[in-house]
Design a binder for this molecule. Structure first.
Ligand code: SF4
Length: 500
């Protein structure tokens, strides 16, 4: 049975491409960042390891136009195609499914992703997709599903696989098979087959890598062990939490460094290990001498998850990039988002990370439906203060857009806070909620925060860091900052051009 895991190139009217594989939010970029969709890559690997013929078909990373991508897909004639559906690209994927079905009527069209999995009926009613996979443990569910369909000679009249909703070809009815319960340990997930997913396509164009080639590891945590932030996709009854053993993960790091020459490894788990697990991981890296191979390590975390002892060990093991959600400088907003900490803890944590030479990267959002001018200024001022003091190295600002039926999205729907209802408008390129102040204030705040990268106080702080005589600080100033400046311009355009 031939299975294609497919990401069609989706280009908007400005020539920007949709970055669908990014774990949390879709954005359209002119100069795209190619992010390896980790669980999908693990799913492809699992299928291949079980003897199926798998096509890894990322039209974006393969630098194909839509027409090139489509022509190849039709020629390949897969028995089953899997795609990922998130709010801003749902209309596109629904239309695409109709087109594929007319050209390949016997191909089974399957979709996963956070929007589709939370509204499976909608997708099955509005499109030619046959099956919605409702689990983030895509690798396990897809394998069960494919095995069952293969055993039934490609019939989907009646399926038993858990964690799917499907259209029966026999009756035309939409049948829900209930949720998928993860009973296996994440150690039974498969480590990504790098050749299969053409890993080098993702190794260079990623602004988060200070050195290349970089890559994403197979995530050690599936979903998020916190899972409470209201805007986040990793928040919902459908999500579970499971983790991989340290040995299995470090084995992969060792292979990536020794056999693929990787110079930076990022783990894109919602939040990475904490406490004893994080320390044991660092110790295992050191025990195997991997901290001396010139490769940096990084991960996502949340404030409060790393204490001084942990940060000390991470630093010794050559960890560098720590991606962390500041979201807002307003305690009111942090509380509304259910972040579970305040600005006091944020500053304390950033001080520790900086003390041990880590490079925190802040993610910030603006445009919450309750955000007043004062709250917005709290954010801009806090971010300036943090960056000028050298407590974080890089930042990323986005417009908080309700997507994928997260609690924030549902709140906006139930309380009439949305200004638009076409899913195409949920692409994070403009504020789409009713707010207490004019939207122009949020766009200005975005420009102000991105402009910090050019401020003399920020540059001066980076020069001071050079006197630590650490390679990473020199790289940061002379290599990375040039790349970053290009990207900053793009980010400002992406997030503010619709306000002009
Ligand atoms: S800690 Fe991060 S990944 Fe976890 S729910 Fe909050 S925003 Fe999402």
């Amino acid at each position: 049975m031939k299975i294609s895991i497919s990401y069609p190139p989706i280009t908007n009217e400005y020539g920007q491409k949709a970055m669908v594989s990014q774990n949390r939010n879709v954005q359209y970029f002119k100069k795209p960042t190619y992010l390896l969709p980790v669980i999908q890559a693990q799913a492809a690997t699992k299928l291949k390891n079980n003897g199926f013929n798998v096509i890894w078909d990322d039209g974006n990373a393969d630098l194909k136009s839509f027409d090139q991508w489509y022509k190849t897909l039709i020629e390949l004639k897969p028995d089953l195609i899997f795609m990922e559906g998130t709010t801003p690209v749902m209309n596109f994927l629904w239309e695409l499914s109709n087109k594929i079905k007319s050209d390949l009527p016997n191909t089974i069209l399957t979709i996963g992703g956070y929007h589709a999995m939370r509204q499976p009926q909608e997708t099955l009613l509005k499109s030619s997709f046959d099956i919605v996979i409702k689990s983030t443990n895509l690798d396990f569910v897809l394998l069960e599903l494919v095995k069952e369909i293969d055993n039934k000679n490609l019939s989907i009249d009646s399926l038993n696989t858990k964690g799917i909703t499907y259209k029966s070809t026999l009756s035309g009815d939409i049948i829900d098979n209930g949720g998928f319960k993860m009973v296996e340990n994440l150690d039974s997930s498969d480590i990504i087959n790098r050749d299969l997913v053409k890993w080098e396509n993702y190794a260079f164009e990623n602004g988060n890598f200070l050195q290349t080639p970089g890559t994403y590891s197979s995530s050690v945590i599936r979903d998020c062990m916190f899972g409470k932030c209201t805007f986040c996709r990793y928040n919902g009854p459908d999500l579970s939490f499971s983790k991989m053993s340290i040995k299995k993960s470090v084995d992969e790091y060792e292979n990536l460094i020794l056999n693929h020459g990787v110079k930076e490894i990022f783990d894109d788990s919602g939040v990475w290990y904490r406490g004893k697990d994080a320390i044991d991981f660092a110790k295992e890296i050191i025990k195997r001498g991997l901290h001396k191979k010139g490769c940096y390590f990084g991960f996502n975390t949340r404030f409060e998850y790393l204490d001084e002892e942990t940060i000390k060990w991470l630093s010794r093991a050559n960890f560098r990039f720590i991606l962390i959600g500041l979201e807002s400088g307003s305690n009111y907003t942090l509380n509304k988002l259910n972040k579970g900490y305040s600005m006091k803890e944020i500053r304390k944590n950033l001080n520790l990370m900086t003390k041990y030479g880590l490079h925190p990267h802040l993610t910030i959002m603006v445009g919450y439906y309750w955000e007043t001018k004062e709250m917005l200024m709290d954010t801009v001022n806090a971010v300036k203060d943090i960056m000028f003091k050298g407590l974080a190295r890089t930042l990323q600002v986005t417009i908080c857009t309700p997507v994928d039926y997260t609690p924030y999205h549902i709140d906006c729907l139930e309380n009439d806070r949305l200004l638009v209802d076409n899913y195409d408008d949920f692409d994070m390129s403009k504020v789409i909620v009713k707010t207490p102040i004019e939207h122009s204030h949020y766009y200005k705040a975005i420009k102000d925060m991105y402009s910090i990268a050019f401020h003399p106080k920020f540059i001066f702080r980076q020069i001071i860091f050079l006197f630590n005589f650490k390679k990473r600080d020199w790289q940061f100033l002379f290599t990375y900052s040039i790349r970053a400046i290009r990207r900053v311009k793009q980010h400002i355009f992406n997030l503010t051009h619709k306000s002009a």
